[in-house]
Design a protein around this ligand. Structure first.
Ligand SMILES: [Zn+2]
Length: 432
């Protein structure tokens, strides 16, 4: 009589019973591996999120025994997924080793396509930039989609060459592209300010040209990922990012994952109605946030106002104004420009306070060209929000972007890192 796994098997087994038993044993073994991998992946992701941690802290947050943690950490060290980092005082002269993810296990590539500037960077798994290249999207303007693709491929190749990272160490390319984007198919849909990208199957094209796995996301999602992992959102569990740029975009991150909604349209914050009798929006409705407080809305309002201000220095240029013209005029304290910008900021403040009242997020990060180039915009949004907030809301719930124009490219790389630490890492773990 054979004994297996400490349990007695039946003396006489029919063929079917034997197969069933084998199947049950295989299933049990697979479950046990899955459970083991689940613990190892959870630990790895906790270390990634918290940058440095000790075995004692891991035991206290996971509820696993210290011995179990010790064993898992030995495995992760052997696979080079984590490394010892430094020492932390553990009280009464004891010093505990801290661990961090091994930032050189692999490298990520990020590509951020923006109407002003397109950037590509190679980063390690701590999100530190090893090389970055960019071109001015409008000045170096491509005349066709094919030319734009050539420019982007050359940019990525140049960033790889400058970093000196061997190609086989690259885990993939994350792309942040102007929305809307079908992220499942990797297709850019119909960005209103970027016609050359319309209906481009960007993932397929870039995978063929670069021979690397590619993931394409809406640009605001990439920027939000950058802020969540490496910027103003580091340390928070949930956050909202609002891009106050030529359009108004937003992205919601819950427990580290972008919340896309039941129909992949969550985060259309720019199309909340603020004034049903307000100006017409790109979406066809009236008085959306985007129609009253975006860069495009500000340009349109300035053009309207200038038609009755022939003495204004920008009068002659009124039909071809750029946002840079307005930022320059605001720097020179032009009262007309400042009044339009400030009014737009008040509308944004009202919209943000609505958002706080609905979602009560841990943190809201405001970025985009209006926030970064016109400091008064952020101040007005913050003051309006604080005046209208529900009691109990933290005073510092609203903060300015910490990464600025680099958030998109860093976040595009973090999309690749996320995929590695949640999915691809299972293959690495199965080798142990
Ligand atoms: Zn709208």
């Amino acid at each position: 009589m054979k004994r297996q796994g400490g349990k007695r098997l039946p003396l006489k087994r029919s063929k079917m019973t034997g197969r069933r038993a084998d199947f049950a044993m295989r299933e049990q073994a697979e479950k046990s591996i899955q459970l083991k991998n689940y613990s190892r992946i959870s630990l790895l992701n906790y270390i990634r999120r918290n940058k440095h941690t000790t075995k004692a802290r891991l035991a206290s947050v996971t509820g696993l025994t210290f011995m179990a943690i010790k064993k898992i950490m030995e495995e992760l060290l052997k696979l080079n997924l984590v490394r010892e980092d430094s020492y932390e005082n553990g009280g009464v002269g004891r010093r505990a080793v801290t661990y961090t993810v091994n930032e050189n296990y692999g490298y990520t590539l990020g590509l951020h396509i923006n109407v002003f500037r397109t950037s590509a960077a190679v980063m390690n798994l701590h999100g530190e930039i090893l090389s970055i290249q960019s071109f001015e999207t409008r000045r170096d303007g491509a005349s066709s989609s094919a030319e734009l693709i050539d420019q982007m491929v050359a940019l990525v190749e140049s960033a790889i060459a400058e970093s000196g990272v061997p190609r086989e160490k690259l885990l993939g390319l994350g792309v942040g592209a102007p929305g809307p984007v079908n992220s499942c198919e990797g297709v850019v849909l119909s960005p209103p300010n970027f016609p050359l990208l319309r209906y481009l199957p960007l993932r397929q094209i870039l995978e063929e040209r670069l021979s690397l796995p590619v993931s394409v996301q809406k640009d605001t999602n990439a920027i939000a990922m950058g802020e969540y992992w490496r910027g103003a959102g580091a340390g928070s569990e949930d956050m909202v990012y609002i891009d106050a740029d030529m359009g108004i975009g937003s992205s919601l991150i819950l427990n580290g994952a972008t919340y896309e909604g039941a129909n992949y349209i969550a985060g259309e914050f720019g199309h909340i109605t603020l004034d049903p009798n307000g100006p017409l929006c790109n979406c066809g409705a009236h008085g959306c946030v985007e129609a009253v407080s975006s860069g495009l809305a500000i340009l349109r309002e300035m053009e309207n106002q200038l038609s009755s201000h022939a003495e204004h220095p920008l009068y002659e240029k009124r039909s071809c104004l750029t946002i840079e013209d307005l930022m320059e005029a605001a720097c020179k304290s032009d009262p007309l420009t400042i009044s339009i910008l400030n009014r737009a900021a008040c509308y944004m403040g009202a919209a943000v306070s609505n958002l706080i009242n609905i979602l009560d997020p841990q943190i809201i990060i405001l970025g985009g060209i209006l926030t970064m180039e016109y400091p008064q915009y952020f101040r007005i949004v913050r003051d309006t929000t604080l005046n209208k907030r529900v009691q109990g809301t933290r005073e510092n719930v609203l903060v300015r972007s910490a990464l600025g124009s680099r958030a998109g490219v860093i976040g595009a790389g973090e999309i690749v890192a996320n995929h590695f630490y949640t999915t691809l890492v299972s293959e690495v773990l199965s080798k142990s």
